[in-house]
Ligand binder design. Structure first.
Ligand code: ATP
Ligand code: MG
Length: 289
C-alpha cells in the first residue's frame, strides 16, 4: 500500500510483545502522550512558547540540573539549543515535553495581538500538544510495518467511519509532510535508510499534530547525504511547525535557526545568536572538550 486515501487504511491490529511494549513505555509512548496550550493557529496575532524562570532538581537529589531557565519561541520558528555535553539540554527538552515537572517556574503559551500586546492570560503547555523525537529515535521502532509504526496506539475497533476518516487524513498529512509518500506503508521500518528512519520518526510525532516539536540531536548518526536530507526536511517543516532542537551540528542547522541559546554547564541558559564565525568557534570548542 502506498497512499492512504480511506479510513480503512489502518485496520491491521498491532500486537507488540510485552517486552516491546515496555521499550515503548520507557521511550516513545511517553513522547506521544506528552501536558492546554497551543503554539499555533491564532486567528490574529501570534502565539509564543514561554519558559519562565524554570529550575529543575530531580527528586532525591541536592543539586539543580537547570537554573532559572527563560526562553521565548514564536510560533513557526526554529529554535536551537547547543552547549557542552552534560550541560542539561536534554533535561530541558524533557521538561518541555512534560516527562518531568519543573521544580520552580512555568512553561506556557502566551498569545499576542499584532501590536505585541498579550491576549488573555498565558495557558500552561500541555503534554498532548508536544511531540518529541529522541536521539536515535529508530531504536524505539517496534512495529513490523511503516503503517503500524505511525498508527501505533490508534483505536482499531468500534470507531465510526467519520472518526476513522479523520485519522486517515492525519496519517496522509503526516506522511506527505515528511516525504514518505514514495515508499510502501508495508515496508519494514528497520529496512529503511538512515534518513528515511528519521522521516518516519518525525511522521510518528506529526501525526499527533503537535504544536511544538522537540528534536534531540536530529542529525546524530546520519551520513552526509541523510543529514542534508533531514536539514531540507526541517526547512520545510518549519513553515508550519514550531521547532526547538538540541544539536551540536551548528554549521548545518545554522540556515534554519531563528533563535539560539547556549546551555552552560550547571544548567544556565544564555541566548547567543549564531554567526558564521561564532558557530565555527562553538563547534571547535565542543570538539575540543
Ligand atoms: N535523574 C537524574 N538525576 C541526576 N542527574 C541527572 C538525572 N538526569 C540527568 N542527570 C545529569 O544531568 C546532567 C545533564 O544531562 P543531560 O542529558 O540533560 O545533558 P545534555 O546537555 O543533554 O548532554 P549531551 O549533549 O551529552 O546529550 C548530566 O550530568 C546528567 O548526568
Ligand atoms: Mg542530551
Amino acid at each position: 500500500m502506498q497512499a492512504v486515501g480511506t479510513a480503512a487504511a489502518f485496520s491491521p491490529a498491532v500486537t507488540p510483545s510485552p517486552a516491546r511494549r515496555r521499550a515503548v513505555d520507557s521511550g516513545r509512548r511517553f513522547s506521544r502522550s506528552c501536558r492546554s496550550g497551543r503554539v499555533s493557529v491564532s486567528a490574529a496575532g501570534y502565539s509564543q512558547l514561554e519558559v519562565r524562570r524554570v529550575s529543575y532538581r530531580p527528586p532525591g537529589t541536592e543539586q539543580n540540573l537547570l537554573n532559572e531557565i527563560s526562553l521565548n519561541l514564536k510560533e513557526k520558528s526554529f529554535g536551537l539549543l547547543f552547549g557542552r555535553s552534560g550541560s542539561g539540554k536534554t533535561t530541558l527538552l524533557q521538561l518541555l515535553a512534560g516527562l518531568s515537572e519543573p521544580t520552580h517556574g512555568t512553561i506556557c503559551i502566551q498569545k499576542y495581538n499584532d501590536s505585541g500586546n498579550p491576549m488573555g492570560p498565558p495557558e500552561l503547555l500541555t503534554a498532548q500538544r508536544v511531540g518529541i523525537v529522541f536521539q536515535f529515535p529508530e531504536r524505539y521502532f517496534l512495529a513490523d510495518t511503516v503503517l503500524e509504526e505511525i498508527t501505533f496506539g490508534w483505536p482499531r475497533q468500534n470507531t465510526d467511519f467519520l472518526f476513522r476518516e479523520k485519522l486517515a487524513l492525519k496519517l496522509q498529512n503526516a506522511i506527505n509532510s515528511v516525504g514518505l509518500n514514495g515508499i510502501s506503508l508495508e515496508e519494514d521500518p528497520q529496512s529503511l535508510s538512515g534518513g528515511f528512519k528519521r522521516r518516519l520518526a518525525l511522521a510518528i510525532q506529526l501525526v499527533q499534530t503537535p504544536d511544538l516539536l522537540l528534536l534531540d540531536e536530529p542529525l546524530a548518526g546520519l551520513d552526509w547525504k541523510a543529514r542534508a536530507d533531514v536539514v531540507n526536511l526541517l526547512k520545510d517543516l518549519k513553515k508550519d511547525h514550531t521547532i526547538l532542537a538540541v544539536s551540536h551540528d551548528l554549521r548545518e542547522l545554522y540556515p534554519l535557526v531563528d533563535r539560539s541559546w547556549r546551555m552552560e554547564m550547571g544548567g544556565v541558559l544564555k541566548e547567543e545568536a549564531l554567526s558564521v564565525s561564532k558557530q565555527m568557534q562553538a563547534e571547535l570548542q565542543w570538539r575540543d572538550n
